[in-house]
Design a protein around this ligand. Sequence first.
Ligand SMILES: CC(=O)N[C@H]1[C@@H](OP(=O)(O)OP(=O)(O)OC[C@H]2O[C@@H](n3ccc(=O)[nH]c3=O)[C@H](O)[C@@H]2O)O[C@H](CO)[C@@H](O)[C@@H]1O[C@H](C)C(=O)N[C@@H](C)C(=O)N[C@H](CCC(=O)O)C(=O)O
Ligand SMILES: Nc1ncnc2c1ncn2[C@@H]1O[C@H](COP(=O)(O)OP(=O)(O)OP(=O)(O)O)[C@@H](O)[C@H]1O
Ligand SMILES: N[C@H](CCC[C@H](N)C(=O)O)C(=O)O
Length: 494
Amino acid sequence: MAEQGKTLSDLGLTAIGGLNPVISDICVDSRSVAEGALFAALPGTQVHGARFIPMALEQGAAAVLTDAEGAALARDALETADAAVVVAEDPRQTLSYTSALWFGAQPRTMIAVTGTNGKTSVSTFARQIWMELGEAAVNLGTTGVEGAWTAPLNHTTPEPITLHRTLAAAAAEGITHAAMEASSHGLAQRRLDGVHLKAAGFTNFTQDHLDYHETFEEYFNAKAGLFTRVLPDEGTVVVNIDDPRGQDVVALAEERGQKLIRVGRTPDADLQLQGQRFDATAQELRFAYRGKVQHCRLPLIGGFQAENVLLAAGLVIACGADPQAVFDTLPHLGTVRGRMQLAATRQNGAAVFVDYAHTPDAVETALKALRPHVMGRLVVIVGAGGDRDRTKRPLMGQAAAENADLVIVSDDNPRSEDPAVIRQEVLLGCPGALEVGDRAEAILRGVDALGAGDALLVAGKGHESGQTVGDVIYPFDDVEQASLAVAALDGGVT
Ligand SMILES: CC(=O)N[C@H]1[C@@H](OP(=O)(O)OP(=O)(O)OC[C@H]2O[C@@H](n3ccc(=O)[nH]c3=O)[C@H](O)[C@@H]2O)O[C@H](CO)[C@@H](O)[C@@H]1O[C@H](C)C(=O)N[C@@H](C)C(=O)N[C@H](CCC(=O)O)C(=O)O
Ligand SMILES: Nc1ncnc2c1ncn2[C@@H]1O[C@H](COP(=O)(O)OP(=O)(O)OP(=O)(O)O)[C@@H](O)[C@H]1O
Ligand SMILES: N[C@H](CCC[C@H](N)C(=O)O)C(=O)O
């Protein structure tokens, strides 16, 4: 855990004029600055944190970390105070390195996964494989810290102070292995730059977050930073080469001389998926690792989960595990919370699945993946989040209409937006759909529509436990609502 009594130079920082105070704490929000703290005044999307330097100094900050713009903005306050001032070209990156030094410990074997979809799944499977092999492992991301030690997280990739506090706490609890999700926001903001990775994975690249990244290329470049900046030269890149952008990641790794494990269906894959057969609850896999054929029964729904599992296996192998021992764990893997999770079954055998598909590609992938497990019709509930990329809404509706037999458009975290307007934008892509704003009612209607052999996919919220309307988070759980709907219609059988 963080030691008191570290000086600026212990944290890798050099102040103008050589001041080197002992630091009591590090923080990014002026409202929580304590006496003797280092305040990182970061350029933000709304405001430059340097505006709050006077407030931080009044509260007793012993040092300020900022960029040249911040130093200029707060010149008067800084000139009259006796705090140490560190000016960095990229203060977010500097803060990441400083946070790593402040908290000190990290689990000794760490990997990170990036890509539009599949990060939570891959990091969860990697953690499950490690635990099956007897390692004390966790995964960190959208679903919090899970595994041999648990803790809640508010972000997929937490900002560096929270991240390193969590990694140090995990290490103190004896955790030796950690699989992390690297979101594009986290990478763009250099949140992972102080993390010591042995391997990094790439799942796929499709549309999301165009509200934050201005172009597709900027979005890809943010993700590429995991391989070009965060992973060291001696690290291993594990990449899904079936995705068109996977080849770009291969090229980046080759440029740096990093080791590579290619995963995919094509013959040049090191870990090659050769065949899949599906039944109601599982899939049989045939795959080969460097030419040696393997068979296993994977107790998971959805063909794409096999890609995620093989990527996870590749990452664990990249960290030194014996490949055959890794493959022997695969039949023991479990469903990732809220990802193609069987939530309830009707008396007539119809199944209700909950999935976190919240991008056009994920809606298409999830529906296509369910087809071979389902004999009858496919019903889907789809909606899009407020205050997020608007351009994906009609595309999500279209993906639903093209791949399901009945589409119900409902609400999914409208946040500050008018839910009816969001639904209209989704409906542009699926004009024939049923519109049921209230999500509990939509689930009830979806379950009611199921005949024998049919299935319902409740898409978008996965593991989430709330519905955010305005500033209020109402308790809401798709899995629970699915059970309630089945109980209401079938008389208590779930
Ligand atoms: C859009 C985004 O990523 N914002 C992050 C960014 O905030 P910002 O640039 O908007 O901050 P700002 O409001 O302009 O303020 C600038 C600076 O002034 C500071 N400040 C502000 C007010 C004040 O009174 N005093 C003060 O010191 C702020 O702490 C900040 O450092 O920098 C802050 C830390 O400095 C982050 O906490 C914040 O993450 C917010 C909370 C967030 O919600 N981010 C989401 C979008 C996110 O990162 N999501 C990803 C994506 C997940 C996915 O794949 O879907 C994730 O990894 O979770
Ligand atoms: N390999 C994949 N290819 C395409 N779609 C996928 C893949 N893996 C998962 N998905 C879809 O994406 C959804 C989210 O999966 P997961 O949570 O693993 O991704 P993620 O990248 O962590 O997303 P987020 O960062 O937004 O939480 C799943 O519920 C599924 O619908
Ligand atoms: N991490 C993603 C999750 C979206 C999940 C969906 N339920 C929504 O609220 O849009 C985001 O914040 O964009």
